[in-house]
Ligand binder design. Structure first.
Ligand code: PLP
Length: 474
């Protein structure tokens, strides 16, 4: 670099140009990638270069060669898995987070990002109606949010049973009974596995995948009878119940009020996986889905799905902040702080060093406001109902779920036809929808998670399904 040259400007300008081009291509481009990872490895791999390139040339090379292998996930016509797009304010804030390069561990060292994340956490609790004194942590996604919430649960319920898991580990600890709905997301199992808690007990669910409170009641009775040997065993047996806000296939919600009442009567800690569903609590018209949600002990969600911030960003909230900090802090002495003083960012998440991933959440919420957030989430649900209604009017299309939120599961007669239609839709590239299996059947699953999905996208999606079905039927 010669004297006087601005070292960052060319690379950043190049990146901004490529980013704009990519985003502006979303409304019209083929949704799926045009090249496979194996094909692209030739462009990016080969022998390690002996000498380097100027930064802006690296960025040009990167963007140009990656382009055929990019999936149009930020498009309003992307309905795969459960994947949000990115709000402009959140994306731009994410760029600043990288440029600022603040390692957000201590409030005293990085006060700006600590304050921004604290504000984002407080707004989050307020918008979703969760207890406002809860501890909040910004993690990489809902899997780690589940892990963090369940870590707090494990610490507290063992502490109540007279066991210090931080000191004594799990070997010899009182057995923890974990109960989950049959249709919980696999990431709950993963989090329980990370925590050494093994396979949970499955509680039957209904045709929408909602846990049955009556079955939960029976399962809790059985678990406690099996676990309690002494006279005071019942109250002291550590019990954990995981509920779900937003079933992947039906979009539906566990009945929180009834389930939490039953769980609490058995002394359980209640954790809610609300990766995409928790945000329904921000919409007054959807209040019936989340009634009683605030009575749980811990909540996990993603910001990179329904809220539409860039990957990777999840949020954990725990009513019992002491438990979260006991589970996540490295030094218990840090837990002793002045009354009212806030936790340092590292005390509520598994990582020590990390980017300030809460900043894009703040930017998203600041750009939306309470009304904008409600409108965004409401729009996703409205588009899903619209899709279900228009698709069910087509000959040969079966909508399998009651569409109450953002998810629609379809079948086209037998499994082979459903799979063939799914493959055809993806090949045509007008939209992207995922194949899945639900309650013993192959399904085509539509998830409306992108803030830009509008009337025209819904129309395109209906037409894409109609065409693919016609082609498969010959
Ligand atoms: C996506 C999802 C998860 C996992 O979230 P990640 O962000 O992928 O870690 C967990 N639960 C549900 C219901 C989900 O939809």
């Amino acid at each position: 670099m010669s004297a006087g040259e601005e070292p960052f400007r060319d690379a950043l300008d190049a990146a901004a140009g490529h980013a704009r081009e990519w985003l502006e291509s979303q409304p019209t481009r083929h949704v799926g990638p045009r090249a496979t990872a194996a094909e692209l490895e030739a462009a990016f791999g080969g022998p390690m270069p002996e000498n380097g390139l100027p930064a802006s040339e690296v960025i040009d090379y990167l963007a140009t060669n990656a382009e055929p292998g990019l999936m149009a996930m930020p498009s309003g016509r992307f309905f795969g898995w459960v994947i949000g797009g990115t709000l402009p304010a959140a994306l731009a804030a994410d760029w600043l987070v990288s440029a600022w390069d603040q390692n957000s561990v201590f409030r005293a060292a990085t006060p700006a990002t600590a304050a921004i994340e604290a504000a984002a956490g407080q707004w989050f609790l307020e918008l979703l109606g969760l207890p406002e004194t809860s501890d909040v942590g910004f993690v990489t996604g809902a899997t780690m949010a589940n892990f963090a919430g369940l870590s707090a649960a494990r610490w507290r319920i063992l502490e109540r049973a007279g066991w210090d898991v931080n000191t004594d580990g799990l070997a010899g600890a009182p057995a923890i009974s974990c109960l989950v709905g049959r249709e919980r997301h696999d990431s709950i199992d993963l989090a329980l596995r990370y925590l050494g808690l093994g396979r949970p007990v499955e509680v039957p669910s209904d045709r929408q995948g909602r846990i049955s409170p009556a079955e939960l009641d029976c399962a809790l009775d059985r678990a406690l009878v099996a676990a309690s040997s002494g006279t005071d065993g019942f109250a002291r047996t550590p019990v954990l119940v995981c509920l779900q806000a937003g079933n992947l296939h039906s979009g539906d919600f566990d009945p929180f009020l009834e389930s939490i009442t039953v769980a609490k009567a058995h002394g359980a800690w209640v954790h809610v996986d609300g990766a995409f569903g928790l945000w329904a609590a921000a919409v007054p018209e959807l209040a019936a889905l989340t009634g009683g949600l605030h009575l749980a002990d811990s909540w996990a969600t993603d910001a990179h799905k329904t809220l539409n911030v860039p990957y990777d960003c999840g949020i954990v909230a725990v009513r019992d902040g002491e438990a979260l900090e006991a589970a996540m802090s490295v030094n218990p002495s840090y837990m002793i702080r002045d009354a009212g003083a806030a936790a340092d960012p590292f005390q509520t998440v598994p990582e020590l060093s990390r980017r300030a991933r809460g900043v894009p959440v703040w930017a998203a919420l600041k750009s939306l406001g309470r009304n904008g957030l409600a409108a965004q989430v409401r729009n996703l649900a409205t588009r899903a109902s619209q899709l279900a209604q228009e698709l069910s009017a087509l000959d040969g299309v079966e909508v399998l779920n009651d569409v109450v939120y953002t998810q629609v599961s379809l079948a086209f007669g037998d499994d082979a036809t459903t799979r063939a239609v799914t493959a055809r839709i993806i090949e045509d590239g007008l939209v992207w929808m995922s194949g899945s299996r639900w309650q013993g059947r192959d399904v085509l699953r539509i998830s409306v998670s992108n803030w830009t999905t509008d009337d025209a996208d819904v129309e395109t999606a209906v037409e894409a399904v109609r065409k693919a079905l016609a082609a498969v039927r010959g």
